[in-house]
Design a protein around this ligand. Structure first.
Ligand SMILES: Nc1ncnc2c1ncn2[C@@H]1O[C@H](COP(=O)(O)OP(=O)(O)OP(=O)(O)O)[C@@H](O)[C@H]1O
Ligand SMILES: [Mg+2]
Length: 446
């Protein structure tokens, strides 16, 4: 049975093709049955089903009706298109009892290979349509089993058909500009989404390149400007509580670090450090997941200008970053690329170099803490505190009644526009295309 991956760039018309082919087969071959899906039924209903209902307008074609509660479309000629998910046990059980001829899996990178085989096994069950059976997978380039099966090693019966925006004459003419704006700082993703390059999507890669960190450690900066602290809180065990300071003109320094203290003692130490510091930090940023939460409460009670951030929470640019941790790490990377400075510290260097990112469903994710710890041999407490010290937060109002608001990336990077050493190019502002500034440049981060 043929298996086809229609894959590559965004906007090539993959979802449209899969749905349209299913509708036309159903109309032309009375009694034929197909299954249209994504990994989750919920996401199918909110994306691909809309292509079927709104773009192809299947219900305005003669003979079709929709049984939404049972998740299928049926034609007067007896053909039927079921739809839903593929990833859950329930989905796979449902499929096992279906007698199908074809399947269409949209955004197939989200589906695991075992579930895909379950669908393939069900798509040869109508002997009268045996020579029409197939499974069509649609996917953007993602590091997943599709690349091995269809591109690198090629499983028997598998064919790869590239899809490019240039192949789709129905695409909004501004769509390519939109992709360029969104991914201007991620050349690998841009290459994947514009040119359908699977090769560009490697496995995980370093967030902070060695050269970037080395250059930042060689640069010098002026002191002055708003002071921000980043605090990574640890409790017992080997992890350390680390406090980094970042001042608006670019100076970054390690304020203090300690181990094996309860949250009460850690809070007391932070309050004492804060009171002794001159000039005082305008904001103290603390990761408030777990043990950090108690410290945030204590600092707030002591009227310190504290800002708790849940780094596991949603990113502001949720279409680009898997969570806030990824967004903040990327922000530091952008600042360092743009001429930011770092203290020359081997400990910090090794932690930053251990950060890896990967692309999951089109979004940047930072490798999990456990894998990072395994590779580094310790928790990246210095790097985590540093990332918080750079978190783009604007501070307004009197110091003892802080009000922290979002700042734009442009505002956050202003000090670095002059921080690069002579001859170094400032790479933050990509060339405007059609007079439009890239989206990443405009939007606030927190
Ligand atoms: N043959 C066609 N006739 C009319 N419109 C089409 C056709 N093919 C694609 N389109 C339109 O082009 C646009 C992009 O198509 P589609 O959403 O299928 O692309 P895609 O490759 O699935 O994109 P993504 O990678 O973002 O999922 C949609 O608005 C779709 O309706
Ligand atoms: Mg699509």
């Amino acid at each position: 049975m043929p298996k086809v991956l229609y894959g590559g760039a965004r906007g090539g018309g993959k979802s449209y093709l899969g749905c349209r082919r299913a509708v036309e087969l159903a109309e032309a071959h009375p009694g034929i049955r197909g299954y249209l899906c994504r990994a989750e039924a919920f996401s199918f209903k909110h994306t691909t089903l809309l292509t079927l209902l709104d773009k192809i307008d299947v219900l305005s074609r003669p003979g079709w009706s929709h049984k939404a509660s049972d998740q299928y479309l049926i034609h007067d000629n007896g053909s039927r298109l079921d739809y839903g998910g593929l990833a859950s046990n329930e989905d796979r059980d449902k499929l096992k009892s279906m007698e199908l001829t074809f399947g269409f899996v949209d955004e197939a990178s989200g589906v695991d290979p075992i579930s895909a085989r379950t669908l393939e096994a069900s798509c040869h069950r109508q002997p009268e349509f045996a020579d029409l059976s197939f499974v069509l997978y649609a996917s953007n380039p993602e590091p997943c089993w599709l690349q091995a099966d269809f591109i690198d090693e090629v499983r028997p019966g598998c064919t790869y058909v590239p899809a490019l925006p240039a192949d789709n004459p129905y695409l909004d003419p501004l769509y390519v500009d939109h992709l360029r704006e969104t991914y201007w700082d991620l050349p690998e993703l841009l290459d994947a989404y514009l040119n359908g390059s699977w090769a560009a999507i490697g496995s995980s890669d370093r967030v902070f390149a060695a050269k970037m960190v080395a250059s930042a450690m060689k640069r010098s900066a002026e002191s002055g400007g708003t002071v921000q602290w980043g605090v990574d809180v640890a409790r017992f065990g080997d992890d350390r509580t680390v406090v980094y300071e970042h001042c608006g003109m670019g100076v970054v320094r390690l304020v203090a670090e300690w181990t094996k203290q309860d949250t009460h003692t850690t809070s007391e130490k932070l309050i004492a450090l804060f009171r002794a510091r001159n000039p005082k930090p305008a904001v103290v940023v603390v990761d408030d997941i777990g043990v950090g939460g108690g410290v945030v409460d204590n600092l707030r009670a002591a009227r310190l200008p504290v800002r708790g951030i849940n780094v596991g929470g949603a990113a502001r640019q949720a279409d680009k970053f898997a969570n806030k941790r990824a967004e903040l790490a990327w922000h530091l990377r952008t600042v360092l690329e743009g001429g930011g400075c770092l203290p020359d510290d081997e400990h910090l260097r090794s932690e930053l170099m251990a950060f890896r990112y990967l692309v999951r469903s089109g979004r940047i994710a930072i490798e999990g803490k456990d894998e990072l710890k395994k590779r580094l041999g310790r928790s990246p407490d210095h790097a985590d505190a540093l990332i918080l010290a750079f978190a783009p937060i604007a501070v307004a109002g009197p110091r003892d009644a802080p009000s922290c608001t979002s700042v734009t990336l442009q505002e956050a990077l202003r000090p670095y526009r002059s921080a690069g050493s002579p001859g170094e190019t400032f790479r933050m502002t990509p060339p405007p295309r059609n007079g439009v500034q890239p989206r990443g440049w405009r939007s606030g981060m927190l």
